[in-house]
Design a binder for this molecule. Structure first.
Ligand code: 13P
Length: 250
């Protein structure tokens, strides 16, 4: 049984006060969520206060990235130990904006995943093809190298220790969602890949989220697909009334 996970990636939005208010709203909206999990990933500056605002709620807290080292000369980075220290249990890694705007490659993504796991954080490992790659017919090849290179040396014996998120780059922030058929096709492919890399009973339990313009109108159809185990939501996660409907997908 894969428990659905609805995750909000707030990206570079929200001052501390705004974040605490939104987190409080998400905590209230999620209080009746029994058969699903809810996670939010505020910007670093708000994590500490948001962690306090989430105390006693069932909302999980994630960072939007994480360094692979515990401490040291890594200007501008935040370590998994620091994040765990403030109550952050998950870390988004390899998001398309990290890859395409900040030049992070599969190798760096791999280091971050290894680092997160080493210190007991759950990586939300993002993969996704660009429009050019899809149109050139390279979708599966690109995703396969992202998965294989991103997971070099990563041991997964407990499926709860990692989450994969498929976010087609062309669907992020564009209002253009993958069709449910496109999403299911990729999710099934990724699960098959994982089954070849890890024990089958473990791979079959790893959650694979879909991200890219998820909204109240398309969430039910996406979540009805066999291998879609949740959503990684950007824009709509900033609006409580939209995120509410997404959390309560049917
Ligand atoms: P949007 O939902 O705004 O398309 O963003 C998706 C995303 O990048 C979540 O990580």
């Amino acid at each position: 049984m894969r428990t659905p996970l609805i995750a909000g990636n707030w990206k570079m939005h929200m001052t501390v006060n705004e974040a605490v208010e939104l987190a409080g709203a998400v905590a209230r909206l999620s209080s009746d969520a029994r058969d699903r999990e809810v996670m939010i990933a505020p910007p670093y500056t708000a994590l500490f206060e948001v962690a306090r605002a989430l105390e006693g709620s069932n909302v999980l807290l994630s960072s939007q990235n994480v360094c692979w080292e515990e401490k040291g000369a890594f200007t501008g980075e935040i370590s998994p130990v620091m994040l765990k220290d403030i109550g952050c249990s998950m870390a988004i890694i390899g998001h398309s904006e990290r890859r395409h705007v900040f030049g992070e490659d599969n190798k760096m993504v791999n280091k971050r995943i290894l680092g997160a796991q080493k210190f007991g954080m759950v990586p939300v490992f993002c993969i996704g093809e660009t429009l050019d790659e899809r149109e050139a017919g390279h979708t599966f090849k690109v995703l396969e190298s992202q998965v294989r290179e991103g997971l070099v040396g990563v041991e997964i014996s407990d499926p709860a220790t990692i989450v994969v998120a498929y976010e087609p780059v062309w669907a992020i922030g564009t209002g253009k969602t993958a069709t449910v058929v496109q999403a299911q096709e990729v999710h099934a492919f990724v699960r098959e890949l994982l089954a070849g890399m890890y024990q089958k009973n473990v791979a079959s339990e790893i959650r694979i989220l879909y991200g890219g313009s998820v909204n109240p109108e398309n969430v039910d159809a996406l979540m009805s697909e066999e291998d879609v185990d949740g959503a990684l939501v950007g824009g709509a996660a900033l609006k409580p009334e939209l995120f509410d409907r997404i959390i309560h997908f049917q």
